[in-house]
Design a protein around this ligand. Structure first.
Ligand code: URA
Length: 433
């Protein structure tokens, strides 16, 4: 099969056969085709789409591009959780230990930052010593040892997605429904969990900007899971405003720890409890309401926090950082952004704020870029808050002082003020079961 012919076919808007899609996925996994051809193919898909059958074929081919995890050696129900990506979204660090503490084993493959959104793997790697690159056997051993493991796409699980994810991040081909659905669901199918909860983000900081595209992505992914015999559900949650206050890798670990101590921001705590509860419900632990109470109890009694510390230690990280987050090294430089006028914050463009974070060093512009774990933003005020002129709206953190001028300008463009108090979106916009 000739790869150029396949690119041309999709470029010209034709439907690809199962064999052509498998050739694409396996070429990505085995790196038998250069990055520029894979990138051209991604752009052709981005522009011309994939139909339902092609999306399912791509998901299946990517899932089978490496090992399919067999979790039967792990006792009990196995659960997994995945977000479509947002700004300040550190819910995995809260949901996974809650679920593990309720006897739902979590064997989770996570991603790095993608576009303007952060990634759990980058966040966890801000903990000194934490290993996200695990061989399949190490991954299972960690789940067996402490009930949860969150690893990157290393070893032999889903190598096609690992390759394509990295290329999408730097070729403006992220926000595309079939590419997101196949990327997420291939990892979830290869990961082998029985129950899968999906957090489909919607709004200015999400890849799906409106409720109808978020619902359609949620339905597509739940359907792929069902077709593969998994119990799945998706919560559609608001991402018009960044989640919580901290954005950036170590800053987000710190906020997740605070949330597990019961001191987290309301929006982050609520979404985390809802996601954990939906996963527990899928795992047969009770009704959605009962599972919310159960999830909250694991925050209140401190056991979910201990579970996170246990996971960090099991993956080689220094668990002292979880017990005492002030150990995280602060960024060398900080800069306060002040309100230019009196008024309510009427809108925050969460994608713009995520991009400011990337520009401060918390994300990547090129595939080979390394990230700055301490870079990021703390939002002191968010949409709906009243601010006085000159009051600090946010603090920006970076290792390089010269990054602040452009970052401040972009931040200012991302925040709108109004004399009227704006209406806020509900946090939970829908559920797809
Ligand atoms: N998360 C993923 O794993 N893949 C995507 O494409 C988007 C979010």
């Amino acid at each position: 099969m000739n790869f150029i012919d396949i690119i041309r076919k999709k470029r010209d808007g034709f439907e690809l056969t199962k064999e052509e899609i498998e050739f694409f996925a396996f070429s990505a996994a085995n790196e038998t085709v250069p990055d520029y051809q894979l990138s051209a193919m991604l752009m052709a898909i981005y522009l011309n789409g994939l139909n339902e059958r092609e999306t399912l074929d791509l998901t299946t081919a990517m899932a089978h591009s490496g090992d399919m995890a067999d979790l039967s050696a792990i006792d009990g129900v196995k659960g997994d959780k995945h977000s479509t990506g947002g700004v300040g979204d550190k819910t995995t660090l809260i949901v996974a230990p809650i679920a593990a503490e309720c006897d739902v084993k979590i064997a989770k493959m996570s991603g790095r930052g993608l576009g303007h959104t952060g990634g759990t793997v980058d966040k966890l790697e801000s903990i000194p010593g934490f290993k996200t690159s695990l061989e399949t056997e190490e991954f299972f051993a960690a789940v067996n040892a402490c009930g949860l493991c969150v690893a990157g796409q290393s070893g032999r699980l889903c190598p096609a997605d690992k390759k394509l994810y990295g290329l999408r991040d730097v070729t403006a081909t992220v926000d595309n429904m079939p590419l997101i659905a196949s990327s997420i669901m291939s990892k979830k199918l290869a990961g082998g969990a029985d129950c899968i909860v999906l957090d489909v983000k919607c709004g200015s900081g999400a890849f799906m900007k409106d409720a109808s595209s978020a619902t359609s992505l949620a339905e597509k992914m739940v359907e792929i899971g069902r077709g593969a015999g998994r119990r799945g559900a998706a919560l559609i949650t608001d991402m018009d405003v960044p989640l919580g206050h901290n954005i950036g890798n170590s800053l987000e670990v710190i906020e997740a720890v605070e949330t597990l101590k019961g001191n987290g921001p309301e929006d982050l705590t609520r979404i985390s409890v809802l996601l954990a509860a939906k996963l527990l419900q899928l795992a047969g632990k009770g009704s959605f309401e009962e599972c919310q109470t159960l999830a909250k109890s694991k925050i209140d009694d401190g056991t979910a926090l201990n579970k996170l510390a246990e996971m960090v230690a099991a993956q080689g990280g220094n668990a002292e950082y979880i017990r005492n987050p002030s150990l995280f090294e602060a960024a060398k430089h900080s800069f306060e952004v002040k309100a230019a006028e009196n008024g309510y914050i009427a809108h925050m463009d969460a994608e713009g704020i995520g991009s400011v974070c990337v520009a401060l060093g918390a994300g990547r512009m090129r595939k080979e870029d390394s990230i700055d774990p301490s870079a990021g933003i703390i939002l002191h005020r968010k949409t709906g808050d009243y601010v006085e002129k000159g009051e600090a709206v946010a603090t920006l953190y970076a290792s390089d002082n010269s990054l602040f001028a452009a970052a401040c300008e972009k931040f200012a463009q991302s925040v709108e003020f109004s004399a009227e108090r704006p209406a806020l979106n509900p946090l939970l916009l829908g559920v797809v079961e």
